[in-house]
Structures are given as C-alpha cells and as structure tokens.
Design a protein around this ligand. Structure first.
Ligand SMILES: NC(=O)c1ccc[n+]([C@@H]2O[C@H](COP(=O)([O-])OP(=O)(O)OC[C@H]3O[C@@H](n4cnc5c(N)ncnc54)[C@H](OP(=O)(O)O)[C@@H]3O)[C@@H](O)[C@H]2O)c1
Length: 364
C-alpha cells in the first residue's frame, strides 16, 4: 500500500482520468450512494468500465466486472473511490473484486463512510492484491465534496436559491422574475439535488410542481419536503396529487390527530419534530432527520422568510442568487437583507454566469 504520487505513471493518470469522467456522468442521480467511475485494464487494454448505476445500485465495480469482455483475473482496476467493504443493500465490492482475482487496485480517495473507510486495503492485502491510493486525489476530492461533507458532518449538503428583480425586489404568487435560461439553470439545481425543501406558504400561494422540467430529465425530479409546523398546507394543491405524494415528506409538530390523518390519506410521509429543552431548533432537527432518511443533498427553494432563517442559522452550504435583468416597482418587498447577510456569511462570491441579461451569483 502506498499513497505516494510518484508511484503512479502517466498511464495510471490516463486511466484515472477516464474513471473520473465516468464518475461525473451520474453525479447527483445516484441517491445516497456516491457516483463512482471504474476502469478495468488487462495487458494494456481496457477490458471493461462502468459508472455507479443511476439509482445508486449496482455499484460501478460490480457492473464493470459483469460487463467485462474477458476474465478480469490478473487485471488492474482503477477506481475514483475506495471500494465498499460493508453489506448494505448489495454485497461489498471488495468481495466481488477478491472473488474475481484481480491483481491490482488503484483507487483515488478513501470512502468517508464510517462503515467502509480505510478497510479495503486490509481486505485486499489478505488476498495478496496490491493496493495503491492517492492518485489525482485533489481533483477527485472536488467531485465528491458534497458527499464528503455529508458523511463527515452527518447532515445533508444544503444549497439555497432565490430569484429577484434587478433592483432586488421579491414577488409573491409565482411571478417569473428571471428569463428562461435562468429558469433552466434552476431546474438543473433540482436535477442535482435529491430533495427540495419548501414551506407550506409557498405551496399554498404558488401551487408549484417542483419537478425538474429539463428535456428528458423529469424522472430525476427531487423528493419534495414541506416545512409545515402546524399542518396548514392546502391538500388541494398539485403536490398532494396521488401521483406525486409518494415522493412527498412533511415535517410538522402538530398534535392534531384529525389533521394528521387527513395528510396521511394523501400518501405523503409525515414526520413529527419533537422540540425539547436540549434540542429545540426545528430546522436543524429537520436536517438531521433528512440525513437519516439517506438524503444527502437538498435544495432550499421557498420564500424570503424561510430562506432568511436557513441563512441566519448558517445551514446553507452554497447559495445561488438569480437576478433578473429588469427593475420593478410593483412590489415593495426587497431581499436586500438576504443579500447583505449572504455577503457577510460566505467567503467567496462569484458571478457564475451571465444568462442573457440575467445574472446568477453564487456564494460559497
Ligand atoms: N423569488 C423566489 O425565488 C421564490 C421562491 C419560492 C417562493 N417564492 C414566493 O414566496 C412566497 C412565500 O414567501 P414567504 O416569505 O411569505 O414564506 P416562506 O419563506 O416560503 O415561508 C414562511 C414560513 O416558513 C415557516 N418558517 C419560518 N422560519 C421557520 C423555522 N425556523 N422553523 C420552521 N418553520 C419556519 C413559517 O411557518 P409558520 O407559519 O408555521 O410559522 C413561515 O410562515 C410565495 O408567495 C412565493 O410566490 C418566491
């Protein structure tokens, strides 16, 4: 086992770059599992390759072994992430690699999951499989930054977004403030996140669908989570339609059994947040529960009150401000208090993209 970079050749770097690009294909759509890239090489020839499947299973290693055009015995396996060593919904990938009698495994970084971290090298050693790690680690760390954050902090990685006019005005009732390009970017954020958090107020006033409406990507629409302390959501809204409500989660603190039953009838999942003396922050409790539900990435997409609460409590890892190209005086509501707080709270601020005349400003 070595982690020294000089142990690796230009050819190793070439195959790891391929593995990295394979991993990037499914980032954001492998549920709680990381998207891993795998390349299997034998006699200087690629005999198989794969990415973690879109739902997160099967894992890349199992798929690549299965798809190999010849026996993988004696091969070298390049992986972006340490192969798993624990039994989850699928058997461990270390076991599959050992059983296939591969000769060498080169993985880039350790898996931060407690159940597996740093275990693969010991398992492989017992079977005389050479193991090396550290190849292109800074590059690969970047693609797993959200996964690493959430496994280390036992909290989901939270992205926030809000839209406003050129003069920072904010409107109610679903009025579009940005152009269609900006709206596509915000749908891309939905694609990249496992869930959206919104408020009952936004549900009741906008009746939103909160799906990813980019061509061909609708099936990757996130789970919808509604923060609704006193169960005030209007059950006639689209989101409670039987076709969607199995992907709907409500966090509340209501004790009203009749109301709770009405909500349950829609097919959504309800979780009561019990506030107590030691543990009294509703939003932190919600995020902790979301992590336990195996949701690693969430997009906060709601009005200015709840957005401000998330920012003030320091619960948002990165934030996108979508600024339209037109001024408006039709609303007096401004989000300048939010932008001031964003300027203070984040180290970096970039005007990420100019989309036509709109601007998207990223804080992180
Ligand atoms: N421009 C945009 O990007 C955008 C995006 C989405 C929605 N909107 C617009 O926003 C409007 C609604 O905005 P809004 O500011 O009135 O409402 P909001 O921010 O969507 O939600 C406010 C509600 O969140 C709950 N809340 C706040 N802090 C909380 C905390 N710490 N813990 C638990 N719950 C908390 C409160 O519920 P309780 O009543 O239970 O206290 C509060 O009434 C909609 O009309 C919609 O059109 C705009």
């Amino acid at each position: 086992m070595s982690s020294k970079k000089d142990k690796f050749s230009a050819i190793d770097r070439f195959y790891m770059t391929l593995a990295k690009n394979l991993a990037k294909r499914n980032i954001g759509i492998t549920n709680e599992n990381p998207s891993v890239g795998c390349v299997i090489v034998k006699n200087n020839k690629i005999i198989s390759y794969s990415t973690t499947n879109q739902s997160g299973r099967p894992h890349a290693e199992t798929l690549a072994i299965k798809r190999a055009k010849e026996s993988v015995k004696g091969s070298t396996v390049y992986l972006t992430l340490e192969p798993c060593s624990h039994f989850g919904k699928t058997p461990p990938c270390t076991k599959a690699l050992i059983r296939s009698k591969v000769k060498k495994v080169i993985y880039s970084i350790n898996d931060p999951d407690d159940r597996t971290t740093n275990k693969a090298k010991f398992k492989f050693k017992q079977h005389k499989i050479k193991t090396y790690s550290g190849l292109m680690s800074s590059d690969i760390n970047r693609i797993y930054s959200k996964y690493i954050y959430c496994k280390t902090n036992k909290m989901p990685y939270v992205t926030g977004k809000i839209a406003c006019t050129k003069n920072y005005r904010f409107f109610y009732n679903n009025i579009k403030l940005t152009n269609s390009h900006s709206q596509s970017v915000s749908h891309l954020l939905r694609y990249y996140n496992q869930a959206i958090i919104t408020s009952y107020k936004t549900i009741n006033s906008d009746n939103p669908r909160l799906t990813c409406r980019l061509n061909g990507l609708k099936k990757f629409s996130p789970i919808v989570i509604i923060i609704d302390r006193n169960l005030k959501s209007n059950l006639k809204m689209n989101i409670f339609n039987k076709n969607h409500s199995n992907k709907l989660i409500i966090f509340h603190k209501s004790k009203n059994k009749q109301k709770i039953n009405k909500f349950k009838h829609t097919g959504c999942r309800l979780y009561e947040i019990v506030e107590n003396f030691n543990y009294n922050d509703f939003l932190i409790s919600v995020l902790k529960k979301i992590y336990l539900l195996k949701i690693n990435t969430v997009l906060v997409e709601c009005g200015k009150l709840l957005t401000a609460e998330f920012i003030n409590k320091g619960l948002i890892n990165e934030f996108y401000l979508f600024k339209g190209s037109k001024k408006s005086e039709l609303s007096r509501e401004s989000i300048l208090n939010i932008t001031k707080k964003l300027d203070k709270s984040y180290k970096k601020k970039v005007v990420d993209t100019f989309v036509s005349n709109d601007r998207i400003i990223k804080y992180y």
